[in-house]
Write a protein that binds this ligand. Structure first.
Ligand code: SF4
Length: 376
């Protein structure tokens, strides 16, 4: 009898902690549960929320920011559990930087990043082998944007390179050019092109490596002549902003300033008034005088939040395109997933833990430590 009762009780706990149970409940019923669980776990847990995260989730974050800021917080916190309300590569980065006794949780494992998925480690190794056969790797450093898998970060660390974010990409390029004469930039061609161009490198000295073409789709002579080899990857959110969107704003709202993220196409960035990471976009708007207006080229949750925040200060903020681009993968982190992760912790279960392989972790850490030395 006792055994049956224990089994029933165990089933009840298991059932109440199962994800299906949470997903069948409406969003608003999660608010109180999240707040209570958060209070109960206290300083054992820290919640990191990326700027593109939806409002129903980010409101519970202890820290909000871009991937650079959050990676620094991750490196400094002493919380036992880090719940990353972002995407997979961000949680991997937090695990790489975590102390041995810390655990990182991604509330929904489906929260990936289309850009990070565009550079697989096997493809990058094949590219490097081809560049080696062409006699180019001796003078080449691999750099990767934060938005890449831990394996790609490790590859860069092991081959003398580093990681950068959109805040410190220029510093990372300068760091690399102080050591070698060429850069292989992964995986975002737009950030790489925009950064190199802003440093005075002409487009003619950049070449795109397409992993689906033989020899990257470029002749050896072209690769030899290039200062920057750009991996053919992009962000599906930011690539949707077009030069026509800027032209439209210039025509219809000539007083508006256009501010865009450097993951946008080069043609869009060239037409903008300012280019910068999410932190820089916020800074530009914050410092602008009352009555200023902005058309912003970045993820729609951040744009809407900024519009709400700055409206009382007499600043108007709209999205650069007419529809607003959503990071659908980050959107997968729902209040239900967050409540499920937190309440499971209270029940003693660590769900959706992100753990990077030790060897990969070592070299990714080398590349990230080099980044933390670079000025933003
Ligand atoms: S906005 Fe783009 S780069 Fe950022 S997480 Fe989403 S898909 Fe990846």
């Amino acid at each position: 009898m006792e055994e049956a009762a224990a089994a029933t009780a165990a089933y009840a706990v298991q059932e109440s902690c199962s994800l299906d149970h949470y997903l069948s409940q409406p969003d608003h019923t999660m608010d109180e549960r999240i707040a209570l669980a958060r209070a109960r776990l206290g300083t054992d847990v820290i919640l990191l929320g990326h700027h593109y995260q939806r409002d129903e989730v980010i409101r519970f974050a202890d820290y909000t920011g871009d991937s650079y800021k959050l990676s620094k917080v991750a490196a400094e916190t002493d919380a036992k559990y880090m719940i990353f309300c972002g995407v997979h590569f961000m949680a991997e980065t937090a695990d790489v930087l975590a102390k041995p006794w810390q655990q990182v949780i991604l509330p929904d494992l489906n929260a990936g990043c289309s850009m990070a998925d565009m550079a697989e480690i096997g493809q990058v190794e094949n590219c490097w082998d081809a560049l080696e056969r062409a006699g180019l790797t001796g003078d080449l450093l691999p750099l990767t944007y934060m938005n890449s898998t831990a394996a790609i970060k490790a590859f860069c660390g092991e081959n003398g390179g580093l990681v950068c974010t959109s805040s410190n990409a220029r510093g990372a390029f300068e760091w690399a050019f102080a050591r070698k004469s060429k850069i292989l930039f992964l995986p975002d061609q737009h950030l790489g092109r925009n950064t190199a161009y802003a440093m005075g490198i002409p487009l003619s000295e950049m070449v795109v490596w397409d992993p689906y073409q033989i020899n990257g789709g470029a002749s050896t002579d072209r690769l030899r002549a290039a200062k920057v080899i750009l991996w053919k990857g992009h962000c599906s959110v930011h690539q949707r902003f077009l030069p026509e969107h800027v032209d439209h704003i210039r025509r219809e709202r000539p007083q508006m300033q256009v501010v865009v993220h450097p993951e946008c196409r080069w043609e869009v960035c060239q037409k903008a008034d300012a280019i910068g990471s999410t932190e820089r976009i916020i800074d530009v708007i914050e410092k602008a005088p009352e009555g200023s207006s902005f058309a912003v080229g970045t993820e729609i949750h951040l744009v809407n939040r900024l519009a709400k925040r700055f409206a009382p200060l007499g600043k108007e903020i709209i999205t650069l395109d007419d529809a607003g681009c959503l990071c659908t993968t980050m959107y997968r982190i729902s209040p239900q997933h967050l409540a499920w992760s937190l309440e499971n912790l209270i029940a003693g279960n660590v769900v959706n833990r992100i753990q990077v392989d030790e060897d990969v972790k070592h070299w990714a850490r080398v590349a990230l430590d080099r980044m933390l030395e670079v000025q933003a």
